[in-house]
Design a protein around this ligand. Sequence first.
Ligand code: HPA
Ligand code: MG
Length: 219
Amino acid sequence: MDPSQWIDVKEDKFKYQLDHFVIPGHYKDDVESILIPHGLIVDRIAKLAQMIASEYDNERIVVCCVLKGGHQFFSDLVTYMKKALNKQGKAVPMTLDFIRAKSYDNDRSTGNVQISMSEEELQELKGKNLLLVEDIIDTGKTMKKLLELLANYEPKSVKVASLLLKKTPKSCGYVPDYVGFAVPDLFVVGYCLDYNDIFRDLDHICAISEVGKIKYENN
Ligand code: HPA
Ligand code: MG
């Protein structure tokens, strides 16, 4: 996917006022602004699903959700991919799988990735077409490590769809195959993206506030 096909979320242009949308009362002081309202997220995913499906042949894809943050995106993406058509104009056969990867504490990458798949489950990936579904690529280190690990198990192909790609100088240079939105270098939450497991129950993608960072900080 060419970068011209990403939606570039510019900090100055895409800051929606909180009182223009519905925000759960328990988060009203904890987010600064809305960057991507829920409706826009879902509309964008409909398009990503079409683009992805149209690049596969009549082969089964193992669509693998990177938990926990990727779960909402995964769920909506699969819903639209079921209605999308492949290169031959046919529905795409899919198997759904899940992998847990954790590398963040507070708003910092810890640099070591913990993965939850057993050796047996990993062996089963051999010869499969894998599509990893991730919420956000920030520094890119988590995904780079995950891809290095998975390559040892010889899948036939591996592609990555990430809803968000952060425009950050801390990037290791990794760019996913499919990107929904390129976002500014802010800590974002909502639509299942979390800060210490908080904010997954917020529909819109928002920038966290200083109040929110302090309130939910892990000590
Ligand atoms: N928000 C939530 N989770 C994340 C982020 C972010 O900005 N970057 C990496 N993981
Ligand atoms: Mg994540």
